[in-house]
Structures are given as C-alpha cells and as structure tokens.
Design a protein around this ligand. Sequence first.
Ligand SMILES: [Zn+2]
Ligand SMILES: [Zn+2]
Ligand SMILES: [Zn+2]
Length: 133
Amino acid sequence: MLEEKLENKDIKPTAMRLLVLRQLVESGAAISLKSLEAKFERADKATLFRTLKTFEDKKLIHSIEDGTGSVKYALCEEGCECAPQDQHIHFHCVKCGETYCLTKSKIPQTHIPSGFKASSASMVYKGTCANCN
Ligand SMILES: [Zn+2]
Ligand SMILES: [Zn+2]
Ligand SMILES: [Zn+2]
C-alpha cells in the first residue's frame, strides 16, 4: 500500500506525494526531476522538488549521481538508512540513458583511514542494459 509506505517513514500521505510515490514504484528505473516534471505537466515544479526532498530526507528514496549531470531518484529498500553500508551499486545504460538500482549488489566495504567519517558512498557501472542488449 502506498499510504502505508509513506506513513511508515513518518510522511503525511498527501495526494501529490502519493502520485509521486506511485510513479517511483511503477518505474523500473531511477527518475530525474525533469522526467517527473514531464509526467506531471500541471504540477508546480517547486512542489515536485520539495516532495522528492522530503522523501529523500525521510530515507524513502535515495538520489543517484550517474555522471550525466542530472540527479536521479529511486526507492530505497525496506529498512534502508542510506548509510554507506546500505548502499548498492547503480548501473547506467549509455544507450537508453536509464539508471538502475542493483539492489542485490552492495557497495563493497573499504578501509577508511581513522579521522575520516563516511556519510555516503556511490558506485556506478556503465554499459548497456538488458533492454538495449
Ligand atoms: Zn536509502
Ligand atoms: Zn538501456
Ligand atoms: Zn539505488
């Protein structure tokens, strides 16, 4: 249930939030703000952006920098705290431009020198996706 997904993360289920969440759930790949705007032509851009920010702050979604210059967003897994050890590898298809979460492939833990404190980690593979191959 979409409402439940929001309530579990302490997010008040407004109509707009439910619509955006549905889009994220139904999309098999990560979504950029721009493509979200294209899907909700009548929605206010600032509202869409705020909705994504709220979702991100509440760890319902995570943002992905895939090197294309436009940040994309995808749903987090159940119980994700968005800490480095929760994060998975992303795959960016150079043909269709989609970016996918490889949720089964966690980012390998690495040694971080004492005094450094990691708050996030990202790893992006590039190539061609199953749809393009
Ligand atoms: Zn997360
Ligand atoms: Zn592709
Ligand atoms: Zn992801």
